[in-house]
Design a protein around this ligand. Structure first.
Ligand code: 26V
Length: 753
């Protein structure tokens, strides 16, 4: 502590007591940067490049201090001088460089790769505003820019630049580097590219800007609105900037390390995170050919070097671009893509695997599967669905390429950092070995009958609920009852994730309570979710939940038993407060649609019980904890896939045939709701549910009500048993460490070092 005090005082240039939080923060930033550089050792052998349009890294200060082993010292030193770590954290802006699971996964992976001492960097874009900031105005979402850059950030500007040609014009991509510290491990880097010419002043109302001024707008936002042609073109511009600069960086580094490029795969493994970076394949081929390698060999080199991860089976999310878009933005690539299409066609007569289809649409995922050596899904069920249905034609062609890598989460952020009290309890019980070997959490099974331990665990949960309540009061002016059961659904707003099913349940409970059928315990339903700015129904669902929240809060008969809290601007920082305080984790997607989910793992690790469908990694969570320690409901993925194949689902039959469903759906446009809400939004949502309900909310409604009420009753009737089951969940969470996931990627795909 003494030497830390001295170091910090020196860096601050003053007694810490008299420094502002801002000054202390800047001092720590430079300390961490210095310390992390010491651990940046040059790569030997094969090095990984994880290329991704999103890296949802969250705030970095505390995480880096933990990973560098400095956290406790710094905290003690600050406290000695009357300053708090929590307040210091407020100083740091959160870089929201991702939408949701895919981006957060990339961030967890970087942490694990460095922790496991593997050489591996990320490659992405330096978005100036990242994902939008969500505000609720008149109970509707609107969006404003989130200016997270401003001298406080972790990205170091470098002198390294690469030329990139977009629509025939030359641009200069500049490299910024963020150090990625491993937990007691090495330092790797997140390489982010940007243009010097980007100009934040062109942002107009909300998050609008001129989509044609490429030099000024290119990296302003993550995934700008793609509801029109200009927006979609801009996505291609962004993607090409990332992959072209990224490919040049990779070839440069490998050449410097001794590669003659014929042996590129001995120096590099490239993981393509979903289809956003897929153009790296033709771009690498183009660059290799420019350096004198012939086309066939270049294809072979790239195929051996690259691997592809699929993160969704949703047709609308599998990127397909009209050929003329690519002709316009990347004319240098289209001849190569055409040649790749011809090579693919020479391997099979099956036109469904074509890269360029008969309508001149380019299928990015198809290019990935043909021209990488590995295609993986992100949970066991997801991979099986890819093999059996969505990508079955490819599986028949290349069975050896397909493999599963069930997702994981870094325990450093999602336990050590966000839940220090639980971490301490675990360490008192089983020591610290689990920090680097998560499977050791199994040892907690020895304590499931130990009442003293269960009481401690229950009191930690209660304290975390109090802390969330305090945070909600301070940041959003919302008061919650910490003795109620906290059921949390936090994730992107999407119809397949079915926040609308939760909404219908809450309306149902409203009626039950009004009819005097009271639950055994009060329930606080907490939501966190952003809707894509152009996704109308998703915004309608947010509106309905916000309106219902008001209706309930103004009705004293109901509000004693039921409360809805919709947290504004859900992000990594909010997640870190919510997850440790959760009793019941809502994972209620339509079976077969959620590739994996990773929030489900974070909640489980922090002792929540899951209420979920047999979807994504929920299936593996259910296998791990056993039927008694999870609440499963709803149609199976087989039933859902069958229903889609039959094409005979008619929501109106369910609406008309079931009085409870009808009552809940009709309430959306009731007088009570319209008093606070918008007729347009609520009517549209109601009609959508009755006329379409593409994600089959209504068939799962009754099963969901029964299971959720069962959970409420169990929670109220036998709290000690609930805590026992919570401990079982924690003890079985080890499998979901991203360290395990990365070890599997390395064993089967990357072979690093
Ligand atoms: C993208 C889009 C973009 C166009 C409009 C509709 C739409 C819907 C979904 C998506 C998802 C893109 C891929 C993605 O984020 N997948 C998520 O990846 C996580 C990490 O593997 C996984 O846990 C989630 O289940 C999966 O949804």
């Amino acid at each position: 502590m003494k030497s830390m005090d001295k170091t910090l005082t020196e860096l601050c240039g003053n007694d810490i007591r008299y420094c502002s939080y801002e000054e202390v923060y800047m001092a720590l930033l430079s300390l961490v940067q210095k310390e992390s550089e010491k651990r940046a050792v040059p790569a030997t052998g094969r090095k990984l490049y994880y290329i991704s349009a999103e890296f949802l890294i969250g705030k970095l200060l505390s995480n880096n201090l933990i990973n560098l082993g400095l956290y406790d010292d710094v905290k003690a030193c600050l406290e000695f001088h009357g300053k708090s770590m929590a307040q210091l954290e407020e100083t740091e802006p959160e870089p929201s460089l991702g939408n949701g699971g895919l981006g957060r996964l990339a961030a967890c992976f970087l942490d694990s790769i460095a922790t496991l001492n593997l050489p591996g960097d990320g490659i992405g874009l330096r978005y100036h505003c990242g994902l939008f900031h969500q505000n609720f105005t008149d109970r509707l979402q609107d969006e404003t820019p989130d200016f997270w850059l401003g001298g406080h950030d972790w990205a170091r500007k470098t002198d390294i630049t690469y030329p990139v040609s977009l629509a025939g014009r030359d641009y200069t991509a500049r490299l910024y580097k963020i150090a990625v510290t491993g937990y007691e491990g090495r330092t790797n880097y997140l390489n982010l590219f940007d243009l010097d010419t980007v100009d934040q002043s062109i942002i107009g109302k909300g998050i609008q800007f001129d989509k044609q001024e490429i030099d000024k707008n290119l990296t302003l936002f993550l995934y700008p609105d793609d509801s029109d042609d200009d927006g979609r073109l801009l996505r291609i511009y962004q993607q090409y900037l990332m992959v072209s600069a990224g490919a040049q960086l990779i070839l440069d580094e490998c050449t410097r390390r001794g590669s003659d490029l014929h042996d590129l795969y001995d120096y590099a493994a490239i993981q393509i995170n979903d289809t956003h970076p897929s153009m790296v394949i033709p771009e690498l081929i183009r660059l290799l050919c420019e350096k004198g390698i012939d086309f066939e060999e270049a294809v072979e080199i790239v195929t051996r070097t690259c691997a592809y991860t699929n993160h969704t089976i949703l047709a609308e999310a599998l990127e397909k671009w009209p050929r003329h878009y690519l002709d316009k933005v990347v004319p240098q690539l289209t001849p190569i893509i055409e040649k790749l299409d011809a090579v693919a066609a020479s391997r099979t007569n099956d036109s469904s695997t074509a890269i360029i289809d008969s309508n001149n649409i380019v299928h990015m995922a198809h290019m990935d599967i043909h021209f990488t050596h590995s295609t993986n899904g992100v949970a066991a069920l997801h991979t099986e669905i890819l093999k059996d249905s969505e990508l079955n034609h490819f599986y028949k062609l290349y069975p050896e390429k397909f493999n599963n890598k069930t997702n994981g989460i870094t325990f450093r952020r999602w336990l050590l950092k966000c839940n220090p009290e639980l971490t301490q309890l675990i360490e008192n019980l089983i020591g610290t070995g689990f920090r680097k070997d998560a499977s050791q959490l199994e040892k907690l099974a020895d304590f499931t009958e130990d009442r003293k331990v269960l009481k401690q665990l229950a009191s930690i949960k209660y304290d975390n609920k109090l802390a969330l309540a305090e945070w909600l009061k301070n940041t959003q002016g919302i008061y919650v009852n910490p003795s109620a059961m906290f059921a949390i659904q936090s994730k992107r707003l999407h119809e397949y994730k079915r926040q609308q099913l939760n909404l219908l349940y809450l309306i149902h409970q409203y009626f039950e309570i009004k009819a005097g059928r009271l639950p055994q315990t009060p329930l606080t339903a907490i939501f966190g979710a952003k809707a894509a700015p152009a996704y109308t129904i998703a915004k309608d669902i947010i509106h309905a939940l916000l309106v219902l929240s008001t209706v309930i809060s103004l009705d004293p008969e109901v509000s004693e038993w039921l409360q809805i809290v919709f947290i504004e601007n859900y992000n990594v920082t909010a997640a870190e407060k919510m997850i440790p305080a959760c009793d019941l984790s809502e994972q209620i997607s339509l079976a077969s649609k959620e590739a994996s989910g990773t929030g489900n793992m974070k909640f489980m690790l922090n002792g929540a019980l899951t209420l979920g469908t047999m979807d994504g990694a929920n299936v593996e969570i259910a296998d791990a904890v056993g039927d008694d320690n999870i609440y499963i409901f709803g149609q199976s993925s087989k039933q859902v896939i069958h229903r889609y194949a039959q094409g005979d689902y008619c929501a109106c039959d369910w609406y008309e045939g079931d009085p409870n469903i009808r009552r809940a759906v009709d309430f959306l446009t009731s007088e009570e709701m319209l008093f606070h809400g918008s007729q347009e939004h609520l009517t549209r949502l109601k009609n959508e549910l009755i006329r379409k309900d593409w994600f089959q909310t209504l068939p799962d409604f009754n099963a969901y009500v029964v299971r959720k009420n069962q959970a409420l009753a169990d929670y109220a009737e036998n709290p000690i048993d609930w805590t026992r089951r919570s401990l079982i969940n924690i003890s079985k969470a080890g499998f979901f460490s991203s360290d395990r996931t990365i070890q599997e990627y390395n064993r089967d795909i990357w072979h690093l070092g």
